[in-house]
Design a protein around this ligand. Structure first.
Ligand code: UGA
Length: 435
């Protein structure tokens, strides 16, 4: 089976190399010439564990190709996956212009039947409109079918999620589209991955409903954690007990400074907008966003508890990506924390294992010093904030960190450290919702 994947962002690249691994011939298309050249030489332009090796392997074997020529990729493929970005517009609606322009270009290059599969996250109705757009350009008899196959890849463990998904959602117009997608995913079908076959619109909504539900769950546990702080209760015991109820489940009940990334905030905003347009108030999701927008302040509150006024203080920040194992800083809470601390008049020392240039561009201030390691970051700092829980920060020699610091405040916004242990080293410890 020959596939074209349009868009070599993180979803497109993981999907493309994943399908190459499942035995398909894949051509990935991008308009960015530099990126295509980089990928042709087997270099992945962002950090995702395992991806570089996979891309190199299948580029070398000729099963994974990269091109700027969308026309030839479409003409050579039976199935075209669209994996371009749908970033938020200022009003919260997603920007669908990349999908539209890809649709127009596909229409210009139709030569035989194509199944056009939307993997980009887009509001209910987008796939059907895309089909209509292509048909209007090529005439109603255009030999195409559109489908929706949302992705549930987590950055940092995207390949694992691709190969062992909890479920595969397939929304199609006809039986024919469903058959083709079932064939593409046959290796996963054989290992008994659950499949949901449904309509285009249902598949589109499932994606938003899933991400928004997880976001609500995080905001919920964050509010419970804030209450635990006030009542001197350990939120982890509460979360553990909640998770034992199979109707609730243990995942995504980890409190912290709020969710970030390119998906949850954007998708929650888009779902709220979808509700508004359908005259349905989605107040839970709206509230989850509002709770999240203020949750990073928990870090400032803890710092004030430890240091008093923050102006002029030097704060070390460990971790800048929105979560570990990625160099993605889109809507990263760690960056939001840094910006808030700068506003308070703090000096920052910052370090992340994979992020530097991107953060330097965003945190462009003479009061920010980017360091080469966690220990250097802590030097002469009044407080250390663990903002993103990379493994590197879990097994540090904290006694050495303490000696390097000027002060003794440790704000563990991800609750990774053993409280008694850090206290025994002389730290004043502040977690989120821990006694
Ligand atoms: C999320 C979903 O988990 C994927 O299933 C989905 O495919 C993806 O969005 C997408 O739509 O493309 P991702 O954004 O990579 O994946 O990251 P998550 O692991 O879900 O974490 C999102 C944010 O929630 C992070 O900032 C993380 O720190 C935070 N989080 C997560 C918590 O604060 N607490 C938790 O218990 C879990």
């Amino acid at each position: 089976m020959k596939l074209a994947i349009v868009g070599t962002g993180y979803v497109g690249l993981v999907t493309g190399s994943g399908f190459a691994d499942l035995g398909m011939e894949v051509t990935c298309v991008d308009i960015d010439e530099g990126r295509v050249r980089q990928l042709q030489s087997g270099q992945v332009p962002f950090f995702e564990p395992g991806l570089q090796d996979l891309v190199k392997r299948y580029v070398a074997r000729g099963r994974l190709r990269f091109t700027r020529d969308l026309g030839s990729a479409v003409r050579n493929a039976q199935v075209v996956f669209i994996t371009v970005g749908t970033p938020s517009l200022p009003d919260g609606n997603p920007d669908l212009s990349q999908i539209e322009s890809v649709g127009k270009e596909i229409a210009e290059n139709l030569d035989s039947f194509k199944l056009i599969v939307m993997k980009s996250t887009a509001p209910v109705g987008t796939a059907r409109r895309l089909g209509a757009l292509i048909r209007s350009q090529r005439g109603p008899a255009a030999d195409i079918e559109v489908a929706v196959n949302p992705e549930f890849l987590r950055e940092g463990s995207a390949l694992e999620d691709f190969m062992r998904p909890n479920r595969v959602i397939i929304g199609t117009e006809t039986e024919r589209g469903a058959r083709i997608l079932k064939e593409i995913y046959r290796p996963l079908y054989l290992i008994e991955t659950p499949f949901v076959f449904t309509t285009l619109e249902t598949a589109e909504l499932i994606k938003y409903a899933a991400n928004s539900f997880l976001a609500v769950k995080i905001s919920y546990i964050n509010e419970i954690a804030n209450l635990c702080d006030a009542l001197n209760i350990d939120v982890h015991i509460v979360a553990k007990a909640l998770g034992m109820d199979r109707r609730i489940g243990p995942k995504f009940l980890h409190p912290g400074p709020g969710f970030g990334g390119s998906c949850f905030p954007k998708d929650c905003r888009a779902l709220v907008q979808m509700g508004r347009q359908a005259n349905v108030e989605l107040s839970l999701v709206d509230t989850a966003l509002r709770v999240n927008a203020r949750q990073h302040q928990v870090v400032l509150y803890k710092l004030r508890q430890g240091l008093g006024a923050l102006e002029g203080k030097t704060i070390a920040v460990w971790g800048l990506s929105f979560k570990p194992n990625t160099n993605d800083i889109r809507e990263s809470t760690a960056i939001v924390i840094c910006q808030a601390l700068l506003k308070e008049g703090c000096r920052l020392r910052a370090y992340d294992p994979e992020v530097c240039a991107e953060a330097q561009a965003v945190l462009n201030s003479e009061r920010v010093c980017f360091c080469r390691g966690p220990l250097e970051t802590a030097e002469a700092a009044d407080a250390v904030v663990l903002a993103t829980e990379w493994n590197e920060f879990r097994n540090l020699d904290l006694a050495e960190v303490k000696r390097a610091m000027r002060g003794d405040v440790l704000v563990d916004s991800r609750n990774v450290y053993d409280i008694e242990m850090v206290k025994s080293l002389g730290f004043r410890y502040f977690g989120v919702g821990r006694r």
